[in-house]
Write a protein that binds this ligand. Structure first.
Ligand code: MRU
Length: 351
């Protein structure tokens, strides 16, 4: 089981304490984020990353940033909360968990009576609830998904949807951790995940820490491995799931889904309900974050493309719902045909 704690309160409660993922796998370094600038910079530079983890860090960071405004009169304080919330939510637009967590915090701010100290106290409670719920949701995703992994299962995953990307044991990796905990043999293939190598740097690191068999692949190797019959299932995470089931996730997920469909390999998307966005009808309406050119061109010690070459660097792609075998959620396994804008999935687990 993973012992990684990617996001937590600092011991004095005045900061968000994160693992700075930019230094992994070389160094396990924690960092305390003590104001809005530090929080936004950490989210932007992927020091803290993964849809659920940035939602949790965003909520906690709003509390930390608002502490500096506690002497303001109530209306001004609430305006500061709105402004800071908008600023934090815009840092990464694709992962809906971030704007979802901020919207939830702002509802509490406006719905709490009393002076700014009372509102700030309520916000701290809400951020802690978001943190703890995320932990529980990961565990439940694991419980619902562990049945997909028989003894000896060979799982392929993309990017990092593990403990580092959440407050708990991850989404895509939660069933893997639980299967290992129950004594099943599981082998994971981790796509390296160009350009920022979340798979080789982070997934391989955290699975290695937990003693789980992991093999790193270059992204372009997955289809060959499937053709050779060496992958039993694919499990990936998600940054946003549209109402029709289209999935935004790390760039490279869509080709993986195509390859899986071609080779008859089941393709699962594991995500908490906070990643479902019923207000977005289809994947076409999801805003895809584009990142700096240098991430692609300067990823290694020396440049890997000419300095003046044009760079196309979207951080995410959209996988059509038709390529998803099933969603593994904290509310159960949801199989086609799904409509995430309908309430029928709201409480019960769908088989
Ligand atoms: O850019 P990143 O590293 O934040 O992208 C992360 C992913 O794409 C994950 O698969 C997704 O956020 C789910 S994390 C449980």
């Amino acid at each position: 089981m993973s012992a990684v704690e990617s996001v937590r309160w600092s011991s004095d409660g005045a900061a968000v304490d994160i693992i700075d993922q930019r230094h992994l796998p070389g160094t396990l370094l924690r960092r305390e984020l003590r104001n809005a600038d530090e929080l936004c910079d950490a989210i932007r530079t992927l020091a803290v990353r993964g849809a659920p983890a940035i939602g949790v860090a965003g909520a906690m960071g709003l509390v930390v940033a608002l502490a500096a405004h506690v002497e303001e009169e109530r209306e001004r304080f609430l305006t500061s909360a709105d402004e800071l919330g908008r600023r934090i939510a815009r840092v990464r637009p694709t992962a809906v968990n971030l704007s979802w967590a901020i919207a939830r915090m702002l509802r509490v701010a406006h719905g709490t009576e009393g002076d700014p100290r009372a509102v700030l106290g309520a916000l701290r409670g809400e951020a802690t609830a978001i943190l703890e719920e995320d932990r529980e949701m990961c565990r439940r995703i694991g419980e619902h998904g562990v049945g997909l992994l028989t003894d000896g299962a060979r799982v392929l995953t993309h990017c990092n949807a593990g403990a580092l990307a959440t407050a708990g044991i991850g989404t895509a990796l939660a069933p893997v951790y639980l299967a290992a905990e129950r004594g099943r043999r599981v082998a994971v293939f981790a796509d390296e995940t160009r350009p920022l190598m979340q798979g080789s740097r982070l997934t391989a690191w955290e699975l290695g820490q937990a003693g789980i068999d992991v093999t790193v692949l270059a992204d372009n190797m997955a289809a060959s491995l499937m053709r050779e019959g060496r992958v039993d299932l694919v499990i990936v995470g998600a940054d946003r799931i549209a109402a029709n089931g289209d999935v935004a996730n790390k760039i490279g997920t869509y080709p993986l889904a195509l390859a899986a469909r071609h080779h008859g390999v089941p393709f699962y998307v594991a995500a908490p309900w906070s990643t479902v966005d019923p207000a977005t009808a289809t994947g076409d309406a999801i805003e895809i974050e584009h990142r700096a050119a240098d991430e692609l061109g300067l990823g290694f010690a020396s440049p890997v493309s000419p300095r003046d070459a044009a760079v196309y660097n979207p951080a995410f792609d959209v996988t059509p719902a038709s390529l998803v075998t099933a969603f593994v959620t904290d509310r159960g396994i949801v199989r086609p045909v799904y409509r995430f804008d309908l309430e029928r999935h709201a409480g019960a687990s769908a088989g």
